[in-house]
Design a protein around this ligand. Structure first.
Ligand code: FES
Length: 373
């Protein structure tokens, strides 16, 4: 924050780098956590810029790189970047919509040393997929891509963001993951940042549906032990305790946006007054250890007394800073999802209201730029 002095830190190095290579994407998912104001192609780091970031990440101690977006395959240099990851000993995870990577390009990515593919599914059939992604034919393309990934022996994770429009398909997603040969299935309830926040009234599921989905997932985890690993992220608006967002601010992960901003989390820019440094002007290590934004909420000392005396302090670190800012106007507050928060009741009321709305999706897209007269 602007009134916060720059603090030297004893933080450990990050384990993960989320490299948002581009915000361009062939899909238009309304649950996307990218900012509503998407960064444009003309502002993206070039190949050499990203390669420098990857080399600096390895030197800093990063182990895993998540090549993400938008759709990372929209970058023509994706194979080169995967190659750099391999050269630097970085585990590379491609987070993709899987609708635009040809078998030949996948072969090139594989040859370049790609370690893992995380493929998103918006629906478990073509109707729901098309409705949520805004792209005709997306479901068949995703299934074909998953087949290619499995045929190459690359580890495959399916990732599903759950919300009102697809929560009835949990069983179908599990069947789909088995059919497509995935090793892992992530069922993550929508987190309301960026486009998802704009669409909260269209996405928020009803409590009864959330409970049914949770029971289905727990039963499947037990039933499919050893066959399919299922990770589930609970919907925090319905929870009593907050999620340990990012496993703590500036503790494990560094995000770099398409234009090179180093962020502690994907939504950090929603907190006013934070000063973010760009990889064009600063080394990644400098950003991690010394930038004001990364040091703004490191540790837990800034949290209120209720948190200091809570035995969950080291479990959830007071929850999400961005959510605290969004709901209370103060990023130093405890996450209002927490049952001890004075705002907890407000969240419950808001959740009920949002779940009862009937709003159309505002599909993710770039803002129109004004054309010169
Ligand atoms: Fe920013 Fe949780 S999304 S701290």
């Amino acid at each position: 924050m602007s009134d916060m002095p720059q603090v030297e830190t004893t933080a450990a190095p990050p384990m993960g780098l989320l490299a948002e290579l581009t915000h361009r994407c062939p899909l238009q998912c309304p649950y996307c956590s990218n900012p509503v104001e998407l960064e444009r192609r003309s502002d993206e780091l070039d190949t050499a810029g990203w390669q420098r970031v990857l080399r600096e990440a390895a030197a800093l101690g990063v182990l895993q790189v998540h090549l993400s977006g938008g759709e990372p395959a929209a970058r023509p240099d994706l194979v080169e970047l995967v190659e750099t990851c391999a050269q630097e000993g970085l585990y590379s995870n491609l987070i993709t919509a899987g609708v635009s990577i040809t078998p030949e390009r996948l072969a090139a990515l594989d040859a370049a040393g790609l370690d893992h593919v995380q493929l998103s599914f918006q629906g478990a059939d073509d109707v729901v997929t098309e409705h949520v992604s805004g792209m005709r034919g997306a479901f068949d393309k995703k299934c074909a891509f998953a087949g290619e990934v499995s045929a190459r022996g690359l580890p495959l994770t399916l990732n599903v963001v759950l919300h009102r429009a697809n929560i009835h398909q949990v069983d179908d997603f599990i069947e789909l993951a088995l059919r497509l040969g995935a090793e892992r299935l992530e069922l993550a309830h929508a987190q309301y940042y960026g486009w998802a926040l704009r669409n909260r009234g269209a996405l928020m599921p009803k409590r009864a549906d959330v409970m049914t989905a949770l029971r289905t997932v727990e039963a499947a985890k037990e039933r499919l032990k050893g066959r399919l690993a299922i990770d589930s992220v609970v919907p925090d608006y319905y929870a009593h305790f907050p999620k340990p967002c990012m496993n703590g601010w500036g503790q494990q992960t560094i995000n770099v946006t398409p234009s090179g901003l180093g962020l502690p989390c994907h939504a950090a820019q929603t907190i006013p007054g934070l000063e973010f440094w760009n990889v064009r002007e600063h080394g990644l290590s400098d950003i991690w250890y010394h930038s004001p934004a990364f040091n703004a909420f490191r540790g837990t000392d800034f949290l209120p007394e209720t948190c200091q005396s809570c035995d969950r302090l080291d479990i959830d670190h007071g929850g999400c800073r961005c959510q605290a800012m969004m709901m209370t106007g103060d990023a130093r507050q405890m996450d209002p999802v927490c049952q001890h928060s004075p705002w907890h009741e407000d969240i419950q009321t808001l959740t009920l209201e949002e779940a009862g709305r009937d709003e159309p999706f505002a599909y993710r897209r770039f803002a129109k730029t004004a054309r010169p007269a």
